[in-house]
Design a protein around this ligand. Structure first.
Ligand code: GBH
Length: 491
């Protein structure tokens, strides 16, 4: 990929300071006239700060984190209902029983989206609203909820992007992801949903973040069901996860209307070259492929790397004939959830790379794991694109927690979140300028919500939610995002 594409050549560059911030090639030498003219007129002028004209701006949420209504209209119990009600598992005993009450307030949420001017909304379906025990007889009332949501979004001119599994697993599926049957149940559910919604929903993601509902749930145990199993079982669970995705893709394709695009939302570990030289950039690609061997690499290559199988030895997953072909089912897009970088350097080792540790004083946001590294957005897109050449890439999540105080006037002035987002999007914009196939961006999250094991102590919203009254209020970051969407350029 060469650095400068046609759009860049034709349209000139922005201010010197921006050029420096972007590390842009030669941008600093160019004048800032186009930039300031665009800024003063507020026009969506195409320049070095702009995003492509059809770039898809959105917000993201997930069912268990926002819906509440956990006993309503026949919804079945899930792993997260059980886990969050188990003393000591979530901070301050937080649960999703009420959350943002979006099950009842989805119309308000659509109004928030409309006011932002987003073109798309990524939400997830609670499997147990559709099949209360995971399989068997569908529950019409559960489906009705998503039909109301989808129709409301479309009426507001907002594209629904649907995730089928964002961790809330029906407890009726015995053994959870330890059981291969769960992957088949997921396939059936995915096919059922595709048959019901693809007259209106054109983008479906199978699963969200394989590593989280496998490793973090069954190996380290911070997430539901909170187990710490031996590696042989963990590898089998990982295999069931990618297999579920593959079965889901096949079932969706079989049941969906023409024009339906299928992908997944994964959170591969993202690598950033310590220095942008050819050797470190090559090491970054190697790290990306190797470190995600059990998830995204398996899905996009349809096989497990020898190095992964060899490293696991007798603990390697047991496969059946045809599994890898299913797992490698061709996709229409790949969506990436990107929050944090891992810096990598070329090394004289068998793998050819070394991952540099985060340091005690490496910058972080409010969540201890959320190391700041805006380059992660650019390098995430670039490495996935260079390695696997997917047709389209989306950022399905990016955002941050922040310790947001409510000011006296009732508003949250979250300058920290604006800082984080502005920097990350600057690097995403670089990926668009260089011509990578990045189609859109979903900010996590539309509003403060149930942050899993962190309960309500870490909040990612660009709308404040008062969890007593459930009132939503735009934060400063919502004003910022609205302006970015309106001008379609960095602000
Ligand atoms: C996403 O996960 C989720 O999709 C979303 O539901 C969530 O609300 C959002 O991000 C914000 O967290 O200390 O090793 O257990 C983000 C990726 C990866 C973040 C695992 C938390 C825990 C690190 N997550 N990580 S660890």
């Amino acid at each position: 990929m060469t650095g400068i594409n046609r759009r860049q050549l034709g349209l000139g560059f922005g201010a010197a300071a921006l050029g420096a911030a972007l590390g842009g090639r030669g941008a600093a030498a160019q004048g800032g006239a186009a930039t300031s003219a665009a800024a003063s007129s507020g026009a969506a002028a195409a320049d070095a700060l702009s995003f492509p004209a059809d770039f898809l701006w959105g917000c993201a949420t997930a069912s268990y984190q926002i819906e509440g209504g956990v006993k309503e209209d026949g919804r079945g119990e899930t792993n997260w209902d059980v886990f969050s009600h188990t003393p000591g598992k979530t901070r301050d005993g937080g649960t999703g029983d009420v959350a943002c009450d979006s099950y009842h307030r989805y119309k308000e949420d659509i109004e928030l989206l409309k006011a932002l001017g987003v073109k798309a909304y990524r939400f997830s379906v609670a499997w147990s609203r559709i099949f209360p025990s995971g399989r068997g007889k569908p529950n019409q009332k559960g489906l009705d909820y998503y039909n109301r949501l989808i129709d409301g979004l479309l009426a507001a001119g907002i594209e629904p992007h649907m995730t089928l599994f964002h961790w809330d697993l029906p407890t009726g599926l015995e053994g959870g992801w330890q059981s291969r049957d769960t992957a088949y149940a997921f396939g059936d559910y995915a096919g059922y949903m595709a048959g019901k919604v693809t007259d209106r929903v054109k983008h479906i993601m199978t699963v969200n973040e394989l590593r989280c509902f496998t490793d973090l749930s069954y190996m380290t145990g911070g997430k539901a069901p909170g187990l710490k199993l031996p590696m042989a079982e963990v590898n089998q669970i990982r295999h069931h996860g990618v297999l579920a995705h593959g079965l889901g893709v096949q079932a969706i394709r079989a049941a969906a209307r023409a024009g339906t695009e299928v992908g997944l939302a994964d959170n591969p570990t993202i690598f950033v070259p310590a220095i942008e030289t050819p050797e470190h950039i090559a090491a970054t690609g190697k790290a990306m492929r190797e470190e995600n061997a059990m998830f995204l690499t398996a899905i996009l290559e349809g096989r497990y790397l020898e190095s992964y199988l060899a490293a696991q030895g007798k603990d390697a997953p047991k496969m059946k004939a045809g599994d890898m072909k299913l797992i490698g089912s061709p996709l229409d897009f790949v969506s990436l959830n990107i929050y944090t970088p891992n810096f990598v350097r070329a090394a004289d080792t068998a793998s050819g790379y070394e991952i540099l540790p985060h340091l005690a004083n490496s910058p972080r946001m409010a969540s201890p794991w959320l190391y700041v590294g805006p380059e992660a957005l650019y390098w995430g897109v670039r490495t996935v694109s260079d390695l696997w050449k997917p047709k389209k890439i989306y950022i399905s999540e990016n955002g941050t927690s922040a310790d947001d105080p409510v000011a006296q006037d009732g508003k949250v002035y979250d300058a920290d979140r604006v800082m984080y987002l502005r920097n990350y999007l600057t690097h995403l914009q670089r990926a668009t300028r260089e011509g990578y196939p990045i189609e859109g961006y979903f900010l996590w999250s539309l509003m403060d919500n149930f942050e899993w094991e962190d309960g309500y102590t870490k909040l990612f919203g660009i709308h404040h939610v008062d969890f007593k009254t459930l009132k939503r209020t735009p934060k400063l970051s919502a004003d910022w995002y609205r302006e970015l969407i309106r001008t379609n350029r960095l602000v």
